[in-house]
Design a protein around this ligand. Structure first.
Ligand code: GLU
Length: 462
């Protein structure tokens, strides 16, 4: 049997973190089993579905490399098929037309609730004589006895007493199919073998199983994954970063990092933290999916991104920085920028994990001349520090070009001048970068070159 999974989003908003993880898990599971991964857009709710959301979902999936193996199916195209199947269930007496008005439904529901019974309409009894004054809905006749079991690959065996199940609606009074019916018919028609989705659908899975049984179809194997929570343990909301995946893309998160991070939200492979899609595919067999909810942690995502940032080829990274960089008014990118970046990059990659942050911190490499100095740093450029900087600029050309010798050279010079490292280090960093927290001096000098260092010292200490 070939494994076929699907991602079935409702196009009512952006592709957010939870949806992306569902798509990813289904994708990994299918690829692991050399199966197929399909996309179905569940757009039957015409009021809430938008083309913009469909586009956002496709764009997000494309960015993550989670495109379907076949063109996406649009559920709204299958409505006639859903209706046909529903009507077959009437013929086999497994579904019935229910003519109750809303107020009658309310009364029965309340009464049954009090008695701990599910909703069952009197119209399930073929002999029921009532007024057929409403357009009927079509309901599934749930069994009166027994229980329903699903063997969930995440939740284990989930068993529900059939006496707890409402006679669910298959066709609404306007003859449109419900989600419950549509999802079962489509999954069957698409030959879906496995469904991994959020555990908010676990209750649906039991009810959907009854539709499968009524139709004499084999249900797929389910895996209901705990929902993602925010870092404070509450339901993920915008406040926690439940924004569309495109927002992460714009921030400079790499798709490799997003997939790497999302795959670990609820699934693990030993202690492996950083891995590629190829590795994830080889490991993701459906086991090791946790049953407790996972927490979305932006800092961790950024840290994972740092790993992937380090893996970028220099030329790509350079281009990405230029793309992220917004040119300051009247300022020309230095012709030396690329060369400087190459020298300082190992240091920068130790400090920054995301291209947007890295780009925002390297104006001192991007432009020639003295960078803008942050306010509190400016106070540290005093007359005394300028004397030190000026005399340093006179000996700089003699400094060796190897880190160890440079350190010895500088230390000798400092002791000759009866100075401490910080007497030089702090003002020099400020003069060269505009900030006192900056990479090691040697790396800075190497990156900028002697001429530029002297120029900046002279500009700041007039
Ligand atoms: N369309 C449903 C949703 O977006 C998912 C249906 C399913 O996975 O069965 O929540």
């Amino acid at each position: 049997m070939q494994v076929i999974t699907r991602f079935a989003p409702s196009p009512t908003g952006l592709l957010h973190i939870g949806g992306a993880r569902t798509a990813l898990f289904n994708y990994l599971f299918a690829r692991h089993h050399y199966g197929r991964f399909l996309i179905r857009i569940e757009d039957t709710d015409k009021e809430r579905s938008t083309n913009k959301a469909v586009e956002a979902i496709f764009d997000g999936l494309k960015w993550l490399g989670l495109e379907g193996d076949e063109p996406a199916i649009f559920q709204s195209n299958n409505i006639n098929r859903h209706k046909k199947i529903a009507n077959e269930l009437i013929n086999s007496n497994l579904a019935y037309r229910c003519f109750l008005s809303n107020s009658e439904i309310e009364i029965i529901r309340n009464q049954n609730k009090k008695e701990g019974k599910p909703f069952r309409s009197p119209w399930r009894n073929p002999d029921h004589k009532g007024i057929k004054y409403e357009k009927p809905v079509l309901r599934l006749r749930m069994p009166e006895h027994g229980s329903t079991l699903i063997k969930d690959i995440v939740q284990g065996d989930v068993k529900v007493d059939n006496r707890q199940l409402d006679d669910l609606v298959l066709l609404r009074s306007d003859n449109t199919p419900t989600y419950m019916l549509a999802v079962v018919v489509d999954d069957h028609d698409m030959n879906i073998t496995h469904i991994i989705r959020g555990d908010d659908h676990l209750n649906n899975a039991i009810r959907q199983t009854k539709i499968y049984e009524a139709l004499n179809w084999t249900p797929p194997i389910f895996g209901h994954i705990p929902l993602i929570h925010g870092s404070d343990g509450t339901k993920l909301s915008k406040r926690h970063g439940a924004i569309g995946v495109d927002a992460y893309k714009n921030m400079g998160i790499y798709p490799e990092a997003m997939n790497n991070y999302l795959s670990r939200l609820g699934w693990s492979h030993g202690d492996d933290e950083y891995f590629s899609m190829t590795q994830a595919i080889s490991w993701f067999d459906g086991s090791s999916i946790g049953r407790s909810s996972s927490r979305f942690d932006m800092q961790k995502l950024v840290a994972v991104n740092g790993y992937w940032l380090k893996k970028q080829k220099f030329e790509n990274l350079y281009q990405q920085i230029l793309a992220h960089h917004s040119l300051k008014e009247n300022k020309q990118v230095s012709i030396h920028f690329k060369k400087r970046l190459k020298v300082l990059l190992p240091q920068l990659l130790e400090r920054y994990s995301i291209i947007s942050e890295l780009t925002s911190k390297i104006d001192f490499l991007i432009y020639d001349g003295c960078p803008e100095i942050q306010d509190e740093a400016a106070n540290l450029i005093t007359k005394e520090s300028c004397i030190i900087l000026k005399s340093f600029s006179k000996i700089i050309e003699k400094s060796p070009t190897n880190a160890e010798s440079f350190e010895i050279f500088i230390n000798n010079w400092l002791s000759e001048q009866e100075l401490k490292m910080k007497d030089l280090g702090i003002p020099l960093r400020i003069a060269l970068t505009g900030s006192k927290s900056a990479p090691a001096i040697f790396a800075l000098i190497q990156s900028l070159g002697f001429e530029e260092v002297k120029l900046r010292i002279n500009q700041i200490c007039i």
